[in-house]
Design a protein around this ligand. Sequence first.
Ligand code: 13P
Length: 301
Amino acid sequence: MDTQKIVQNALAAGYVVPAFNIPHLPMMEPITRAVADEKSIGMIQVARLEWEKFEAESLEKVAELYGKYKKPGYTLLHLDHVPVVDEDHLEVDYLSIIRRALKAGYQSVMVDGSRLPLEGNIAATKAAAEIAHAAGVPIEAELGAVMGHETSQQSIPYEEIFAGKMGFTKVDEAVRFVKESGCDWLSVAVGSVHGAIADNLLDKKKPAAKLDIQRIAELRSALGIPLVLHGGSGIVESYITAGIKAGIAKINVGTELRQPYERALRETGSVEAAQESVYTRCRELIRDFLHTAGNAEILNK
Ligand code: 13P
């Protein structure tokens, strides 16, 4: 399967490629099964903070498990957020993490320099893009601030973030960023917020997020590359549909599957029961929310 072609096909056909996070390793099996049973394309992805702060163990462990449960024709393996500066404001040896992921067989990778000023983000992304491209792998980058992971920002009411377009990706900066960094897909800040990682918020419902559809359309026409939406859980459905039409070609979904897993495990003590609740929710999302059921054939062409 050609990841770059699949995401390009999604953009051209008005579909989205969902990318499901694996904060707990037993989530791998039900998610790959749900994706294949719905005949959808779906990425399996893990972010650095999921092996640092949740239970994904390591990128290599996720790749190994993916090798066991992957569904050829339906699933792909992606490395989510490798921050250059992380949520605790610490510098990360991001290039060596990306090198490890390429060695482990990841089919696309993300570098997240969005906590840096524009120049620094461009330089960091360019360095990562050179490594990924030398391995023939597409790279996603981020520009703008998708709110949520930083505890200080969690106290700002959502409506205030949206009304003030706080951290939203600016079109002129994005044009320069893509041209100079060489990234293939761009994660944009247009109204969605990341799922919480603070202990007291893990099980809370996310705010019903909206999207700035006009900004998405402007970014798409100015950049001409696939746009990525992070914080895919909890967005109002009509905005998702409009956002995909406007140019979102990959969407990251974490909390929508993590919460059912953790809840079922807490209530039943059974990993199998928790896996089944992930399977059921993942199929619902694909069918009723993302509308990608049955699109594998079209996107693989
Ligand atoms: P949610 O947890 O809000 O779905 O966000 C996931 C995400 O963006 C991972 O990069």
